[in-house]
Design a protein around this ligand. Structure first.
Ligand SMILES: C[S@@+](CC[C@H](N)C(=O)[O-])C[C@H]1O[C@@H](n2cnc3c(N)ncnc32)[C@H](O)[C@@H]1O
Ligand SMILES: O=[N+]([O-])c1ccc2c(c1)CN[C@@H](CO)C2
Length: 273
């Protein structure tokens, strides 16, 4: 039964994602108030600060950074693109891979203006905000590909997507808990992506706490595994990671905008043993 349940649960999640709408998703989560660079308590600046610190404190290094479940967003790699000379973006849906290609090809084919994000990360790096054009050029230079991924497969990427030694660093944001039918599947997926990472490589994981659903588009209600900090830590340990740092953001009332029931966001920096 468990095996059958496993297949049906994962297949049901894949079916939910058929209605995912990148433009709506970006509107819901990556515009004010959740992405308000003038507000100290806005969620996106908090995420960018966590990622900036994690990528620049000296222990994260190497050749290849892989972002698991990129979706239609680029903020995850705005700091990492200065540290790694190869960045691989991945997603389950062609509509999201297409959205990312639209930005990469710089022909105005994308649904969000990433300029404020680029400017904000330049400020975190002590650069003048007008250096955002250089950061955009850097990002376009280091992104090597945008490929399919399925974290429920023991091999989430195509075999030829990575060098034999694996990635030096993984980043994954709001993916595993948003695509898994239950906690066991979440933990298994964490193990699957760990196989893409070299021993001693770093995992930077951002995710939702206490969330049971979100809207991936108008009327597209997607179930989420509600996690607490203890479950995140236990899943990391069970999947062969050593936790370096866990940080938690608790949503103020006006960050709850009706697109989900998330109560907090976690940031994890961990190392693969
Ligand atoms: C909540 S979105 C997160 C997007 C982005 N990383 C962010 O930080 O906003 C979850 C993403 O997981 C992708 N996804 C769905 N099923 C997946 C699977 N089985 N394996 C990997 N990614 C999947 C979806 O296409 C979607 O882009
Ligand atoms: O506030 N945010 O920056 C933000 C960004 C993305 C997402 C959330 C919140 C909460 N829901 C998840 C999907 O489970 C997606």
């Amino acid at each position: 039964m468990e095996g059958k349940g496993k297949v049906n649960g994962v297949a049901a999640m894949a079916a939910c994602y058929q209605g995912f709408d990148p433009a709506a998703y970006l509107q819901y989560n990556y515009t004010p108030p959740r992405a308000d660079f003038e507000r100290k308590d806005s969620i996106v600046p908090w995420k960018l600060a966590c990622l900036h610190r994690a990528f620049t404190e000296g222990d994260v290094k190497g050749e290849l950074l892989v972002d698991i479940g990129s979706g239609p967003t680029l903020y995850q790699v705005l700091s990492g693109c200065e540290v790694f000379n190869k960045v691989l973006l991945t997603d389950f849906l062609e509509v999201n891979r297409q959205e990312l290609r639209g930005w990469l090809e710089d022909e105005g084919g994308c649904n969000l203006d990433w300029t404020p994000y680029l400017q904000h990360v330049c400020k975190l790096e002590g650069r003048r905000p007008s250096a955002w054009t250089e950061k955009a050029a850097k990002l376009r230079q280091v992104i090597t590909d945008i490929v399919p991924v399925d974290v429920h497969r023991p091999q989430p990427l195509a075999l030829d997507a990575l060098p034999s030694e694996g990635a030096d660093c993984l980043v994954s944001c709001f993916c595993l808990e948003s695509v898994s039918p239950d906690l066991a599947a979440f933990t298994r997926a964490l193990g699957h992506i760990g196989r893409l990472l070299r021993t001693g490589g770093h995992l930077l994981l951002i995710g939702a706490l206490g969330e049971s659903y979100y809207f991936g588009g108008p009327g597209v209600r997607i179930p989420v595994v509600p996690l607490n900090e203890a479950q995140v830590c236990a899943s990391l340990k069970e999947s062969g990671y050593t936790l370096i740092r866990l940080e938690v953001y608790t949503l103020p009332q006006d960050m709850r905008v009706g697109v989900d029931d998330v109560s907090g966001v976690f940031f994890v920096k961990a190392i693969k043993e």
